[in-house]
Unconditional design. Structure first.
Length: 90
């Protein structure tokens, strides 16, 4: 099962959408940052339905009650979805 994490957006690692490699570098950093707490802590997944593509389940992953998206946003590795700026495109 593939998941789309809800309420935040990270840079894409497989494309150069913004015209520079800043996005790819930040995507790799966000992935690495997310793996660390997931590997070292108990976590839960809440499923909310299917995303707009119809291929992934919308979900929230929580560690100690905190949405992992908030960790990435706080550390400058993600943005709020859909209203946050794609700062990696600047």
């Amino acid at each position: 099962m593939s998941l789309r994490l809800k309420n935040f957006d990270t840079p894409e690692p497989r494309s150069d959408v913004c015209g520079s490699f800043k996005e790819i570098d930040l995507a790799r950093a966000a992935t690495d940052r997310l793996h660390a707490p997931l590997n070292d802590n108990p976590w839960t997944v809440e499923i909310f339905g299917i995303d707009g593509t119809g291929e992934r389940r919308l979900a929230t992953i929580r560690i100690g009650g905190e949405d992992v998206g908030n960790i990435l946003i706080r550390e400058g590795l993600a943005r709020r979805w859909p209203d946050g700026d794609k700062f990696w495109c600047e």
